[in-house]
Design a protein around this ligand. Structure first.
Ligand code: PBG
Length: 326
């Protein structure tokens, strides 16, 4: 009770503030997303994501080297293939773009963790996250027909050198199908980071430019979650854990901090949060206008995501944050 209780006493001295700080952000918490495309010598900046690029494999190897020098050791790879078709067939071939990237990176950088995004939206000509079917008069992703393709994609990535697979398509049973596929191929040790609670979010806009993956009709509401739902996220996470997910992700992060906290409290498992492209682009744009202090705002956001309960954060700020935290 006042005046004996004065919380401000712990705020006077900066060293004391350091001692009582509850959340710490480290470069070890960060995972950098990277986009790889065919070609040589290509480093094409993504307009809405300054400092992020579409990279050919040789440039990707250099970029990972730079990030590694800053202390970033975990990466998630997205592929932009040369050809798209109805089934996303270039996603599952052993000479696919992500498979090539994995082989290149594996040779050049032995100690990094290579995570692969497992989805078909970058590989299909219609831009949806799997093969299509008609449900009544509505066209949407054929859940069960896509599952074996997803397992095939993961096994192919594992063979090319992936350390962990991260399915992002929000299909029912995807984790179980992938676990079975990996186990049968001998990858019993290879973990699955499931995009377990992924929302149908407008914050993915810049990413879809970066990955050239926008849906050509409709939206993703038939598989990704309704932003209004929270109990449903717990159900999604419970199902994925039951199917063998090793880490569960909440995505996006900033408008979903309550979901991160609920998942952490309820399940107590490793939780990842994806600080997505639109969240990054908003900060960059405001900073470029001189309206906010980019460094302070970005670190506050990342700290907030950790404080909410995330153990690791996928973020396009990883390189900047690594410099700021050094
Ligand atoms: C692929 C995928 C998306 C993102 C990650 N994996 C796009 C989508 O679902 O449309 C978004 C990442 C971001 O916005 O940074 N399914």
């Amino acid at each position: 009770m006042f005046p004996s209780d004065r919380p401000r006493r712990l705020r006077h001295h900066p060293v004391l503030r350091d001692l009582v700080r509850e959340t710490s952000l480290s470069v070890r918490d960060l995972i950098l997303p990277l986009f790889v495309r065919p070609g040589k010598g290509i480093k094409k900046e993504i307009a809405s994501m300054p400092g992020n690029y579409q990279l050919s494999v040789d440039c990707l190897v250099d970029e990972v080297g730079k990030a590694r020098d800053l202390g970033i050791k975990a990466f998630v790879l997205f592929g932009i293939p040369a050809h798209k078709d109805a089934t996303g067939s270039s996603a599952t071939t052993d000479d696919g773009i992500v498979q090539q990237a994995l082989r290149g990176l594996r040779q050049a950088h032995k100690d990094v963790l290579l995570i692969t995004d497992e989805c078909f939206c970058e590989y299909t000509d219609h831009g949806h996250c799997g093969v299509l079917t008609e449900y009544g008069r509505r066209k949407d992703v054929d859940n069960d027909a896509t599952l074996p393709l997803l397992a095939k994609q993961c096994v192919s990535h594992a063979r090319a050198g992936a350390d962990m697979v991260a399915p992002s398509g929000m299909l029912d049973g995807m984790v179980g199908a992938i676990r079975k596929g990996l186990d049968e191929a001998g990858f019993t040790w290879l973990p699955i980071l499931s995009y377990a609670a992924k929302y149908a979010s407008a914050f993915y806009g810049p990413f879809r430019d970066a990955a050239e993956s926008p849906p050509q009709f409709g939206d993703r509401s038939g598989y990704q979650m309704d932003p209004a739902n929270s109990d449903e996220a717990l159900r999604e996470v419970a199902l994925d854990l039951a199917e063998g997910a090793d880490i569960v992700m909440v995505k996006p992060a900033m408008a979903y901090l309550d979901i991160i906290r609920r998942v952490k409290d309820r399940f107590g498992v490793p939780v990842a949060a994806y600080n997505v492209s639109g969240e990054f682009a908003m900060v960059k744009a405001a900073a470029m206008k001189g309206w906010i202090d980019e460094r302070k705002v970005a670190l506050e956001i990342l700290t907030g995501i950790k404080r909410a309960g995330a153990d690791m954060i996928l973020t396009y700020f990883a390189m900047d944050a690594a410099r700021w935290l050094a």
